[in-house]
Design a binder for this molecule. Structure first.
Ligand SMILES: [Zn+2]
Length: 265
């Protein structure tokens, strides 16, 4: 079976340029420095899964012409990963009023549901504003265990994001770790052997960053994981594409919006 993965967005919480056309150290003339907030699409011929729905979600789906959606997997509850959630509503109406399934850590889904209760429980006029989303929290036994959604297999695993626990996902030979400060042995064992590893490196040169991994940490982790290609994502205005290309070691690359991988299962 053919499965395609597309990076719809690789920017950190502010995106690049940040509001006010702030490019920081990024060259505005380099198109790969145009970064929307982190989002990933995993698609088979029959099924489309999206990881996270940040503020750029609608724009990303339209830009990459993804017109169907079967489920959303959330990494965590930070606003840059979920505040485009209202744009899931049209899929409910287009799918004969079938509630769209949202997967994630129990506490994460509860927090998102608290902020956007009308999407999960319906608004005060349920005939006009019906519940359009359905929460599917992972059980503890689900972590680090391969499972399926329709024809796509995946393995969720917990990660340390400094102030909260986030969820990483492995799909076949590809693992996705956003947002992440550090990985424990259980997570490393799930990721180990992935050919492609897409990973948060927003800490850049700052090992003291409270919530994001720095590049040096990724180099150390990959000595164990041994991914053939590591794509650094969650890129900030301090992380210029060409500068990264020149400073990253062999096998490490900066991500960019639209980066695509095919046949990863
Ligand atoms: Zn975060």
């Amino acid at each position: 079976m053919s499965v395609k993965v597309t990076m719809l967005g690789c920017g950190n919480s502010s995106g690049v340029p940040a509001v006010g056309n702030y490019w920081g150290d990024c060259d505005p003339k380099e198109p790969k420095n145009q970064r929307t907030r982190c989002c990933l699409a995993v698609q088979s011929d029959a099924t489309t899964i999206i990881i996270d729905t940040g503020a750029d979600f609608r724009h990303q789906m339209n830009t990459f012409d993804i017109n169907n959606l079967d489920a959303v997997f959330y990494t965590h509850q930070h606003s840059d990963h979920c505040h485009g959630i209202d744009d899931l509503r049209p899929f409910y109406f287009r799918h004969d009023r079938t509630q769209l399934k949202c997967y994630g850590k129990k506490s994460v889904l509860e927090e998102i549901e608290g902020r956007f209760h009308y999407l999960f429980s319906g608004g005060s006029h349920k005939d006009l504003y019906p519940p359009v989303l359905e929460a599917h929290p992972f059980d503890e036994k689900d972590y680090c265990t391969p499972q399926s959604f329709a024809d796509i297999t995946y393995t969720p695993f917990k990660m340390d994001h400094g102030t909260c626990t986030s969820i990483g996902y492995r799909f076949g030979d590809l693992s996705y770790c956003v947002d992440m400060k550090s990985l424990d042995d259980k997570a490393l064992d799930v990721i180990k052997g992935s050919k492609i590893w897409i990973v948060d490196g927003a800490g850049y040169h700052d090992a003291e960053n409270a919530v994001h991994a720095d590049l040096q940490a990724l180099y150390e982790y990959n000595k164990y994981i041994k991914a053939e290609r590591v794509y650094v994502t969650s890129l900030s205005t301090m992380m210029d594409y060409d500068t990264l290309i020149n400073e990253l070691p062999d096998g490490f690359y900066p991500a960019y919006d639209g980066l695509q991988f095919v046949d990863i299962l």
